[in-house]
Write a protein that binds this ligand. Structure first.
Ligand SMILES: C[S@@+](CC[C@H](N)C(=O)[O-])C[C@H]1O[C@@H](n2cnc3c(N)ncnc32)[C@H](O)[C@@H]1O
Length: 296
């Protein structure tokens, strides 16, 4: 089986460090696209990982489109060279860029696969992948009301998680200031226990759904906080420290968890070990020099 990873052009160093650490070496490489053979092992730093990649020749735009049509309904082009030719093939599928709002009621990309040209007359395509968006480029219409832009990252993380906190769920949130994530959670109707040393946006002061704790977040242990349905962390801290802290929650209450993993200096892939054992690690479209861990 052939599968592929698309390396983000601005995170290639981290991507390649992770690839070597996993003992993977590509059978071929076309620009940002790395082809592998064997068991599917999605790379965390990839924009997207494509499963079961097919490779076909074509002699015209219409022949390429015909071959894609046989394999699936809609196709989105990842431009990695041969931009004009690929765009002309994509036009045959009339893919319109959709404005997405959170939460999505259903996955709008369910029936859309991904393709890319590797020469004038050869393409690769995949119907399935590890991410919601065919190219790993999920983008939402922004909302100016949020107290910080971090809400976009949580919207994307929850979309990838495939579940949302619902009205009445109890959420623990670590590293909450100024409150972008808090805003997302309370808008879903969840109750939020927010920890940060810095304050939340004052608009939340009298919000009945939010309880703010001006404390060190590492004090928020299960015995003190009680049962929670979800745990979120956007703390700036060493991933090793976060992994240690989370053990208490994994052993006691095991809520669903979404945490940002932040890196200082050169990326050390070994820090991912405890997170990969217990969930998925992704580089979201809205992540910068950080990854997002979603518990299983
Ligand atoms: C990236 S910001 C969080 C942004 C927030 N998620 C939002 O949506 O607006 C990280 C926060 O972690 C907090 N922080 C870092 N270490 C902490 C600790 N040990 N205890 C409490 N807060 C901490 C910082 O004060 C900072 O506000």
């Amino acid at each position: 089986v052939i599968w592929a990873s698309v390396a983000p052009s601005d995170r290639k160093i981290e991507f390649e460090i992770e690839m070597k650490w996993r003992g993977l070496s590509p059978i071929e490489k076309f620009g940002d696209i790395y082809l592998f053979s064997g068991e599917f092992q999605p790379l965390a730093w990839a924009k997207v990982n494509w499963k079961q990649v097919e490779r076909v020749n074509f002699s015209s735009i219409s022949e390429a489109a015909k071959k894609l049509k046989i394999a699936g309904k809609h196709w989105m082009f990842y431009s990695n060279g041969f931009h004009r030719r690929g765009s002309l093939i994509e036009e045959k599928f009339r893919i319109r860029k959709k404005e997405l709002s959170f939460p999505l009621d259903k996955n709008p990309f369910q029936e859309t696969g991904s393709f890319s040209l590797i020469s004038e007359s050869e393409m690769i395509f995949a119907k399935e992948r590890d991410r919601v968006h065919p190219l790993g480029e999920l983008e939402y219409t922004e909302n100016k009301e949020a107290p910080s832009r971090a809400y976009l990252k949580l919207w994307e993380a929850l979309t990838e998680f495939g579940a949302y906190p619902k009205s009445g769920d109890r959420c623990l949130e670590l590293g909450a200031s100024p409150g972008g994530w808090t805003w997302v959670l309370r808008n879903l109707g969840a109750m939020v226990e927010s920890y940060d040393r810095s304050p939340l946006d004052p608009r939340f002061d009298s919000d009945p759904l939010i309880k703010f704790h001006a404390k060190d977040a590492f004090q928020a242990l299960p015995d003190r906080v009680g049962h929670v349905d979800w745990l979120f962390s956007d703390l700036i801290c060493y991933p090793e420290k976060l992994a240690d802290f989370l053990k208490a929650w994994q052993q006691k209450n095991a809520p669903k968890m979404i945490c940002t993993l932040k890196f200082q200096g050169e990326f050390q892939p070994k820090v991912l070990e405890p997170f990969l054992k217990t969930g998925r690690v992704l580089h979201l479209n809205y992540n910068k020099h950080e990854l997002t861990w979603l518990s299983f």
